[in-house]
Design a binder for this molecule. Structure first.
Ligand SMILES: *Cc1c(COP(=O)(O)O)cnc(C)c1O
Length: 394
């Protein structure tokens, strides 16, 4: 059994492409070409060279000595926080902009909630000199002013979604409408391992550079490629998919996924999809999502914008349903405490998303000789105001 996607984009019973007929040609063009293009020498060369010189890869695999001492196990941090733009997201947007160019597209669209994916997309569009339109809910535009400003500086047009709750799902609807109307010249960059096939698999492959590097870096440091556990936070699931990728089918490596429990799993304000989700269709993919008994998507909540998503990608739904992955939910308070601890013990201020992953060490015990790799998905600069308010730092 494999935990990778099959030909049709299914991970077990999850995945597929549940899309309106009008979107079929767009997805089909991508589906027919993505693997072939990714395997072309010229593509690989350009992708690798941009990851190296533009993103700053390989990112270090750092042995966190003081953290390890505190929790009596061996903890390594994969430093995605050191990527250009401050998180792993750019690995995927670089890959997709190159894919768009190969497919002859000269216009990019994206949707964004908190603005992180919008910024990563606007960044690579500036790099390539390609027109960029980012859809964003009107409410989110008001809440995320710094990221809106960044996108504008980078030359992107930010279009407000004015319907519904004026947040992420409404922005997604607008982006899909745009893509249907512009199938020939436009590529839609999705920011996580979500959406219709082939997006989850394509994004996972672009992010798989993370575990590819972990393998040789751990070999250098520990004389073995495989850690005992890989830990990552899961919003849609892209940083986690990248960190797990080369270990998915090696059951000697434990996979730990950390979700946001917000104010508590059963508080009515959380984003703990594995605990609360049921099978349904979101964003063109069959997966686990939080919904009401009659199938309406529930509004998620987390203190971290990146984990504030009502579903998970189909890879993760399958890791959960099959038992291959161990899923742990972490509350806002636990994550904030862990973020402060990492800052004090290692001199690294993590994104609040990543703080969730570190919080597991308070309750999940590991053996002294276990090697635990934690994917540090992003840096905390963007979250400084949330840390300030929470800890009354100013
Ligand atoms: C966007 C984001 C996430 C969540 O997205 P995934 O697709 O689940 O990785 C996690 N961490 C950071 C720093 C992010 O910016």
């Amino acid at each position: 059994m494999s935990y990778q996607a099959n030909e049709k984009g299914y991970y077990g019973e999850f995945g597929g492409a549940f899309i309106p007929e009008m979107l079929y040609p767009n997805c089909e063009e991508l589906r027919q070409n993505y693997v072939r293009i990714m395997q072309e020498e010229s593509f690989k060369k350009e992708f690798d060279s941009l990851l190296k010189d533009y993103v700053g890869r390989p990112t270090p695999l750092y042995f966190a000595e003081r953290l390890s001492k505190k929790y009596k196990t061996k903890i390594y941090l994969k430093r995605e926080d050191l990527c250009h733009t401050g998180a792993h997201k750019v690995n995927n947007t670089i890959g997709q902009i190159l894919m768009a160019k190969k497919l002859g597209k000269n216009r990019i669209i994206a949707e964004t909630g908190a603005g992180q994916h919008g910024v990563a997309t606007a960044t690579v569009c500036a790099l390539m000199g390609i027109e960029c339109v980012v859809y964003m809910g009107e409410i989110d535009i008001a809440r995320q002013a710094p990221n809106v400003a960044r996108m504008k500086m980078l030359g992107a047009e930010v279009r407000p979604a004015l319907s519904g709750s004026r947040t992420l799902k409404d922005a997604t609807n607008e982006a899909i409408r745009d893509w249907i109307n512009n199938p020939v010249d436009t590529h839609y960059i999705i920011g996580s391992v979500v959406g219709p096939h082939p997006y989850p698999d394509m994004v996972a492959r672009f992010q798989s550079v993370i575990s590819e590097e972990i393998k040789w870096q751990l070999q250098e440091k520990e004389g073995r490629e495989n850690p005992d556990f890989v830990v990552a936070c899961v919003g849609g699931g892209s940083n986690a998919a990248g960190a797990y990728y080369h270990y998915l089918d090696n059951e000697e490596v434990g996979i730990i996924a950390v979700e946001a429990a917000g104010h508590g799993i059963h508080s009515g304000e959380s984003a703990a999809t594995s605990a609360l989700g049921k099978i349904g269709i979101i964003h063109g993919s069959k997966t686990l999502l939080m919904q009401t008994p009659d199938g309406q998507i529930t509004e998620p909540y987390s203190i971290s914008a990146g984990l504030d998503y009502p579903g998970v990608g189909p890879m993760h739904a399958n890791l959960f349903a099959s038992g291959r992955g161990e899923f742990i939910s972490i509350t806002d308070d636990e994550a904030m405490t862990a973020g402060l601890l990492l800052s004090k013990l290692e001199g690294i201020i993590p994104a609040i998303e990543s703080s969730h992953a570190f919080a597991i060490f308070e309750t999940r015990k590991f053996k002294e000789n276990d090697i635990v790799v934690v994917n540090l998905s992003g840096r905390g600069d963007k979250d400084l105001n949330t840390y300030i308010d929470y800890f009354k730092l100013a």
